[in-house]
Design a protein around this ligand. Structure first.
Ligand code: TYD
Length: 148
């Protein structure tokens, strides 16, 4: 566990970035694709998605100790607010050919969902409840520790 948090010292908000995906468009419509380890910096172990999100809802409000994620607005739009314990940054996602890479130890809040939006998340590991940090004070304690 200690080693994981030492490794997390590598993860700061400027490691999280918008990544544009390949896009093929022709008269039949557009096609984009994502290859783990190629377009995004991890292998994909899990895909989950948020849909039928009521307007005004907030999701997220947690960090992950080890998980890498890539978030795409497959339809509609929403915002992702990232926080590394020191700095916060808001990203507006509204394209299915680009997404946001989120490294471990990054607090995230998702809000401002448009109606009918679909949020697809690619993740580097299977679901593990123990990987979550759901308490913001605990997150701050850990991120402060890592920077000592
Ligand atoms: P949660 O992580 O709280 O959603 P959000 O990130 O939007 O706040 O997940 C909601 C529920 O879904 C929770 O009970 C755990 C479950 N879940 C899984 O079983 N597998 C998964 O891959 C995910 C992401 C969540």
């Amino acid at each position: 566990m200690q080693l994981n948090f030492m490794l997390c010292a590598l993860f700061m908000i400027n490691h999280c970035k918008l990544i544009e995906l390949p896009k093929f468009n022709d008269a039949r419509g557009n096609l984009s694709f994502i290859e783990g380890g190629q377009h995004i910096p991890f292998d994909i172990k899990r895909v989950y998605y948020l849909y039928d999100v009521p307007g005004g809802s907030d999701r997220g409000s947690h960090a992950h100790k080890n998980l890498h994620q890539f978030i795409v607005a497959m339809s509609g739009s929403f915002d992702v607010v990232l926080d590394d314990g020191k700095e916060k940054k808001r990203f507006h996602l509204n394209r299915s050919y680009s997404g946001l890479y989120v490294c471990p130890m990054m607090w995230r809040d998702l809000d401002n969902f448009s109606s009918g939006s679909v949020c697809v998340v690619l993740a580097s590991a299977h679901y593990d409840a123990d990987d979550y940090i759901r308490n913001y004070e605990e997150f701050l304690t850990l991120t402060t520790q890592k920077k000592i």
